[in-house]
Design a protein. Structure first.
Lengths: 207, 671
């Protein structure tokens, strides 16, 4: 599911912003080939709550390769949504953030709406994410929800994060930083959802 | 009874300059017998001396001297000063009009032509009356006579100056008759247009269609009689001030005669004439819609609306006094509304628009004009510094009614934003400055700021106490004159609170506060903090509502007293709020400026949540136009904290939240 190629980007501007937002060493296009290999390890995501009836945002593990892990934030049972934000907290001694990707399309079939998003490093082990539906030309006499939104009833990917595993064993938490989560419906009503934290178990890979 | 004597000193001048023929005295139409003048105890205000009123409060003079606006306003008022010079040359003695009885002849086959004969009954106030003046609203003055005293008269510019020889002794009552005809002259036009169309629609409307006493500060009683002739006089209907007490055809069928009785004191008469249908409600207020036969809206909802507004205002202010209310449908070229005694006149389409709480339908316009039945008619403006009592309070009434009916602050908010965003506050006159009338911002200040001052008084005192005060004020000044100070005096008396500071900054003063705001959450001591700064020397004192959206979806509102250059406020909270909104319902006339540009949720951090909050404001404009012809439309979704930069000129905030602002937000977020 997670594809970190640039073809999924919404345009050059977004790509530039995304690159600007990455750690400087990652933003360099030419990575030396003799860079030390990542520790041979793999990770297993656990403690994610199973989807319930109510609105839920959680982590799932996505495709990985040795020494790396990709986790995706997914949402379920949110109903109609116009914007979503959270700050992901991780242990930067255990994980190094390599890349991130917006996976949520809030445009739907609308021709006048645009999806815009941002990833912003907030400090060591913290990255903020926000995605929202943008519409121009809102009528002064229109309803407050005239820009509309996208229904997220089924489990829907929101954003993916690709980490390098710095440790070869142990566990490391992934969490949504308290007080930073936000989901809004098209009429700006806040959605109360359960944000479920998770734990990554890291295991050394036997060659 | 002394013989009628008229000595026309302006005879030669009139012939040479205007080539207007003089008519013989027998052109005067017979007037109905004058009923006895009732004894009404009234407060007397002298006719205003415009120049002294202009500078009445020294505060305003000092302000005007201290700013470049003096020259600008002087230019604006150049024509007013010119009128003042003319006025001074015919400056009248103080007198009191008791009755005005007027007969208006209308020929439906003519255009822009009226014949008006008016009888005035007047007396002295505290000195003998030497001379008095009337505005010459029609082109040709036919006759000026007195049936009781010796007079002479001459025409000076747009005035008729009448001299009593000898002066009218103290305590005597005099009768004057002025007969005039023709098209309205320029002064008449500037008051309200007289419209006279041939064909299916006939209109003749004017606030002062008759020769009129020069100052506004007088009220009177009397009858207005309309005599209509033409090919179809029977098809004609009329609406007007006062009570329509008689409609009849002359015996030969040549004229239809309408008689409007003004048993209550009023400062003006007005009427409209057309192929009107009159649809009456039959309810306690005797409301009626007077509509064109070819364009008949559904009258039921309008009558219900009028009854409901009258019920509301009677409860809020004072029982309705006039016994009837006509809503007269005017052509769309009328553009707006007019609210003389016991009548409202509104443009055609307003009768048929849907009211959905967002459009300019009948509720907004009708509730404003009906508001004038209390503000402007029941209580009259004492002078031109008191326009707030008329337009400001009529608009406040309209906004308050709208809020209660639609549960929406739309009209308050739109007035608030329009005043904030379209007025050049460097040259803005105070709301009680006589400059307001000639200011290019007359509407924004008298109406829109006026409504907001009422709304802020509601915030300051609470609605119950404010309405208590307004009821006492109405009771005290009903059928009398009042100034803005009188209103505040009553509100202080009723509330037991000093409103001096409020009066100084919102009524005497000009402009509005610019509040630089920031907020955040301190995790260590679990408090949400608020900071509000004002530029030194421009501080206002006010109470600012702040709403905090909590993670569980509930809201908490706190009232923050703002004073001086820096206000800080902290609030214990176990969790940080999702969003902090300063005065989100626009209870104060203020401009908000973010101290932390981009922190739209007010949590003290620039992060992804701010992008989400920004998206709701994105694409909302409140200013439309090319830059030279801008106009203003409020937009609920507009968020001034998201308007970072102007599109054409980055330094000028332009009332639009678009990609220019988005770029600034992203730049800030990625710093």
């Amino acid at each position: 599911m997670a594809d970190f190629s640039t073809t999924d980007m919404t345009g050059d501007q977004e790509e530039i912003r995304r690159a600007d937002n990455l750690p400087s060493d990652f933003a360099q296009p030419d990575v030396p080939q003799d860079e030390p290999a990542a520790p041979p390890a793999e990770a297993t995501l656990s403690d994610s709550a199973q989807g319930g009836e109510g609105p839920l945002v959680k982590f799932i593990q996505d495709a990985s390769e040795p020494g790396q892990v990709v986790v995706t934030v997914v949402a379920a049972n949110l109903g109609e949504v116009a914007g979503l934000a959270f700050t992901l907290a991780y242990d930067d001694q255990e994980l190094e953030l390599l890349d991130q990707l917006n996976a949520l399309d809030l445009e739907g079939s609308s021709s006048y709406a645009q999806t815009r998003f941002i990833f912003k490093p907030m400090g060591p082990g913290l990255v903020s994410f926000g995605v929202a539906r943008f519409c121009t030309g809102k009528s002064p006499w229109g309803p407050s929800d005239q820009c509309g939104g996208v229904k997220l009833n089924d489990e829907s990917p929101i954003a993916s994060f690709k980490f390098r595993l710095l440790a070869s064993s142990g566990t490391t938490p992934l969490s949504f930083k308290q007080g930073t989560t936000l989901i809004r419906r098209p009429n700006r009503e806040a959605v109360r959802a359960h944000f479920v934290n998770a734990v990554l178990a890291i295991q050394e890979v036997t060659p | 009874m002394k013989p009628a004597i008229s000595l026309n000193l302006s005879f030669i001048t009139t012939l040479l300059l205007a080539a207007l023929p003089l008519c013989s005295a027998n052109a005067a139409v017979p007037l109905p017998d004058l009923p006895p003048v009732p004894s009404v105890e009234r407060m007397q205000y002298a006719p205003p001396d415009l120049l002294s009123t202009w500078g009445a409060p020294e505060y305003l003079r000092a302000w005007a001297r201290s700013t470049a606006s003096l020259q600008k306003e002087a230019r604006n008022t150049a024509s007013m000063r010119s009128q003042q010079e003319t006025y001074n040359s015919v400056k009248p003695s103080v007198f009191d009009l008791l009755r005005v009885d007027t007969v208006i002849d209308i020929d439906l086959e003519q255009t822009d032509y009226l014949e008006v004969a008016t009888d005035y009954t007047l007396t002295t106030v505290d000195n003998p009356v030497g001379n008095i003046s009337f505005i010459r609203t029609l082109e040709e003055v036919v006759e000026v006579v007195s049936t009781t005293h010796l007079i002479t008269y001459n025409l000076t510019g747009d005035y008729i100056k009448i001299t009593f020889e000898p002066p009218l002794p103290l305590g005597e009552v005099a009768h004057l008759r002025i007969v005039a005809k023709g098209a309205p002259n320029s002064l008449g036009e500037s008051m309200l247009p007289t419209i006279r169309l041939k064909g299916d629609i006939w209109y003749a409307t004017h606030s002062r269609f008759m020769p009129m006493k020069n100052d506004n500060s007088d009220v009177f009683q009397g009858n207005m009689v309309l005599r209509v002739k033409g090919s179809e006089p029977t098809a004609c209907g009329a609406g007007g001030t006062g009570k329509l007490v008689d409609v009849r055809m002359e015996q030969d069928g040549s004229r239809k005669i309408f008689t409007f009785e003004h048993s209550h004191l009023t400062g003006l008469y007005a009427f409209a004439l057309s192929k009107f249908l009159r649809i009456e409600s039959g309810t306690k207020w005797n409301t009626a819609v007077v509509v064109n036969a070819f364009y008949e809206p559904s009258a039921g909802p309008l009558l219900g609306l009028m009854d409901d507004i009258l019920d509301s205002y009677s409860q809020w202010y004072h029982p309705y006094l006039w016994g009837k209310l006509d809503a007269v449908q005017m052509p769309n070229s009328f553009s707006g509304g007019f609210g003389p005694l016991s009548t409202i006149m509104c443009y055609q389409s307003s009768f048929a628009l849907d009211d959905d709480g967002g459009t300019y339908g009948p509720t907004q316009l009708f509730s404003h004009e009906i508001g004038h039945q209390w503000w402007g008619n029941m209580v009259e403006m004492a002078d031109e510094s008191s326009v707030y009592l008329s337009e400001g309070m009529a608009e406040f009434s309209s906004n308050l009614y709208f809020e209660k009916v639609f549960n929406s602050r739309w009209t308050f908010v739109s007035n608030n934003m329009a005043y904030i965003y379209t007025v050049n506050h460097d040259v803005e006159p105070s709301i009680i400055s006589p400059f307001v009338y000639n200011s290019q911002y007359y509407y924004q200040i008298a109406y829109q700021k006026g409504a907001c001052i009422g709304d802020m008084l509601r915030t300051e005192l609470g609605e119950e106490l404010l309405l208590d005060g307004l009821r006492v004020f109405m009771e005290r000044y009903a059928q009398n004159f009042a100034r803005v100070e009188d209103l505040f005096e009553v509100l202080e008396e009723v509330s037991g609170r000093s409103l001096q500071q409020f009066y100084d900054q919102w009524v005497l003063g000009r402009g509005h506060p610019r509040l630089f705001v920031a907020s955040g959450y301190n995790r260590e001591d679990q408090t949400t903090w608020l900071e509000i700064r004002q530029e030194p020397g421009t501080e206002f004192t006010l109470t600012l509502p702040v709403r905090l959206e909590l993670p569980d979806g509930t809201f908490q509102e706190v009232m923050v007293p703002v004073e001086g250059p820096v206000t800080t406020f902290s609030l214990p909270m176990e969790q940080p709020p999702v969003r902090v909104q300063f005065d989100h319902r626009r209870k104060q006339l203020r401009r908000l400026v973010p101290l932390v540009k981009g922190d739209l949720d007010g949590n003290g951090t620039l992060d992804g949540r701010d992008l989400v909050e920004f998206s709701f404001a994105y694409g909302t404009d409140i200013v439309y136009g090319s830059g030279t012809n801008n106009y203003f439309i409020p937009n609920w979704l507009y968020d001034e904290l998201a308007d970072f930069v102007g599109t054409a000129d980055p330094a000028k905030l332009d009332g639009m939240v678009n990609d220019s602002d988005y770029d600034v937000l992203m730049e800030r977020l990625l710093q």
